[in-house]
Design a protein around this ligand. Structure first.
Ligand code: FES
Length: 294
């Protein structure tokens, strides 16, 4: 069985859900929706923060492993291990913020990722302690064990990102199914003012769900798939964030600026896909922006 298949099996099994749930509840109790959680998701960066931060402890620990293999670098290796331990704290917090608002399969594999990272962290803490007491052989052995665990766990993180699409934009994927031509969505006056509605471009050879929001003279058309986990945006609520008109996803509260789709509140950090629009003879037309066209 391949590692990928084994991880898919873990994602499918509900055996450990009862053990996972208290942790998810605790994370959501500590990290409530707001500025801190948005910062940990990486909304300010426009990119998931956790995988970016993870480079620091992994890089530091790997460098320490190289120095440990050479004579005369005890102090430098210890400094790198301590740097990795310090960086692991915000990295874990960012990962926990994302994990708490992921789907069950992602949470199961994510829980394994977290357990392995915690074990690696404990091994590195033990390594640092052993080095401080002068047991450099033990310190090296614990550090290499930690590196093996942290490296394997990073591979699981890759599975979460690439196989389970954690942190990937589901909106960008959905956009690729759309026609690249102007799509006729019907008479503009048929769209109610201030209420998101669903339209499927039936006339196209590639029908796809679209969310249409008319605010007076302004009309916005978005792919009806939230970038976070694919929630139906037309079921969301309109809101005002710092004077900007936004749409809130009904599933986890991800909030998008209507003008350009930018994520203004997490858990998502990727933009919603906003289509180009025009009104021709009273009928609304929309087209996929150039950057999404294949
Ligand atoms: S699906 Fe999670 S915020 Fe939309």
């Amino acid at each position: 069985m391949s590692i990928s298949t084994a991880l898919d099996r873990i994602a499918d099994t509900s055996h450990f859900d009862a053990a996972i749930e208290p942790f998810r509840t605790a994370v959501n109790a500590v990290l409530r929706p707001g500025a801190v959680k948005d910062a940990l998701h990486g909304v300010w960066l426009g990119h998931p923060l956790h995988p970016a931060l993870a480079q620091v402890p992994l890089g530091a620990w790997m460098s320490a492993g190289l120095l440990d293999a050479l004579p005369g670098n005890r102090k430098e290796a210890s400094l790198l291990i301590a740097t990795g331990i310090a960086a692991a704290v915000p990295t874990a917090m960012a990962g926990a913020a994302d994990w708490s608002e992921s789907e069950p399969g992602q949470q199961r594999v994510g829980a394994l990722h977290a357990v392995m990272n915690s074990a690696a962290l404990a091994l590195y803490a033990g390594s640092l302690l052993a080095r401080a007491r002068g047991s450099h052989g033990l310190g090296r052995a614990l550090a290499y064990a930690g590196l093996g665990l942290a490296g394997s766990s990073a591979g699981i993180g890759g599975h979460l990102a690439f196989h389970q699409a954690t942190g990937a934009s589901h909106a960008a994927t959905a956009a690729r199914t759309l026609s690249h031509d102007w799509m006729d969505l019907g008479p503009l006056i048929d769209f109610p003012d201030g209420k998101p509605v669903l339209r499927v471009n039936q006339d196209s050879d590639r029908p796809a769900p679209l969310c249409v929001v008319r605010r007076g003279e302004n009309v916005h058309v978005l792919v009806d798939v939230c970038s976070h986990l694919g929630g139906p945006l037309h079921q969301g609520k309109l809101t005002d964030v710092k004077g900007e008109q936004c749409l809130v996803c009904p599933w986890h509260g991800g909030t998008f600026a209507l003008t350009d789709g930018r994520a203004v509140h997490g858990p998502t950090v990727a933009s919603a896909t906003v289509l180009d629009t025009r009104v021709s003879q009273g009928r609304l037309e929309a087209r996929l922006p150039e950057r999404h066209q294949l």
